[in-house]
Design a protein around this ligand. Structure first.
Ligand code: GSH
Length: 214
């Protein structure tokens, strides 16, 4: 049985955002059954857990002896087993991977800069000095993304891929910030991705785990 590590508790603002959601969503798209393994208090700091995730973070994916960390790597691994995430045709598969890496490498760092400012540093004297340039840079990235999306339903055209899964989960992080995207097409894109039944099941499962662990 596949297991995915997750937290039993996070603050309210982070519920529905923790990165095990990406893995749960990919598993739902692929139709692979899994079980969430909720970390015990302090387990993230243990040598045993750090041997599977160097920073004590979630998610960690495990299937038998095979263990993997990094949500993007895990989604790609699951994609190997499902055309719902990675097309078989080599060029389309490479483009899906390209968008997944773009989500994690070209968009997420800038989303996280603003999210960290808004969520954790809002009250600090330096935050208002840093924020305008951080948001301006992010908006520039979002404009480029919106232009690449154009009027297509998904980043590579008509077909949802692992690239859309990662991109939409990264864009959802903006729900926790005060950023008003200048690009309404991206909000519609996120809504289109997250309207998928597999996303709904993944989100419901993460939220249910928080409720049940309370
Ligand atoms: N790049 C990692 C990031 C994982 C990550 O940031 N996990 C957060 C939850 S969303 C976490 O475990 N935070 C607790 C910590 O960093 O100690 C991935 O995508 O898997």
């Amino acid at each position: 049985m596949i297991t995915v590590t997750a937290f039993p508790w996070v603050p309210d603002f982070a519920r529905g955002q923790v990165r095990d959601l990406r893995v749960r969503w990919a598993l739902e798209e692929a139709g692979l059954p899994y079980r969430a393994r909720l970390l015990e208090p302090g387990e993230g700091d243990s040598a045993e857990y750090r041997a599977t995730q160097p920073w004590g973070q979630v998610p960690v994916y495990q299937e038998g002896d095979f263990v993997l960390f990094e949500s993007g790597a895990i989604v790609l691994h699951i994609g190997e087993r499902s055309e719902a995430l990675l097309p078989k045709e080599p060029a389309a598969r490479a483009r899906a991977t390209q968008w997944l890496i773009a989500a994690l490498n070209s968009i997420e760092p800038h989303v996280m800069t603003v999210a960290t400012l808004d969520i954790f540093h809002g009250g600090e004297a330096w935050a208002p000095l840093r924020r305008p340039s951080a948001e301006a840079f992010l908006q520039q990235r979002l404009r480029g993304l919106a232009a690449a999306l154009g009027d297509k339903p998904f980043l590579d055209g008509d077909r949802f891929t692992a690239g859309d899964l990662l991109m939409s989960t990264v864009l959802r992080i903006l729900d926790m910030t005060a950023v008003m995207p200048e690009t309404p097409a991206l909000a519609a894109y996120v809504a289109r991705c997250t309207a998928r039944p597999a996303f709904g099941r993944a989100l419901a499962a993460q939220l249910a785990d928080f409720r049940e662990a309370a």
